[in-house]
Write a protein of this length. Sequence first.
Length: 110
Amino acid sequence: MGAVDELQGGRMTVDVDTIMQILGVLLTLGGALWYVAGSLHRLKGDLVAIERTAEHTTKKTEENTTEQRDTAAQCRDGRILIWEEVHALKTAVARLETRLDAIPKDKDQC
């Protein structure tokens, strides 16, 4: 009868083929569980690495954003100083032009 258990005089007998099949199924399940556990372990390691990279990238992005804001403020302050100096020079040129215009011009001195 093969894989079918038989009752003989109150005793159950199991065929060797049946035991081998059960053992094969159990080993297959164990191998599958081993493979899944290893895959999950590698996946966990990859996720940890990705998380570290994301944290590092976020930190660098925040530093770059802060640096960019500081640079923009410094540029603005620099532009203000340049315009103040330009305004002072324009004022000085205007004063000099006013003085030159006040000097009487002699027609013979050209």
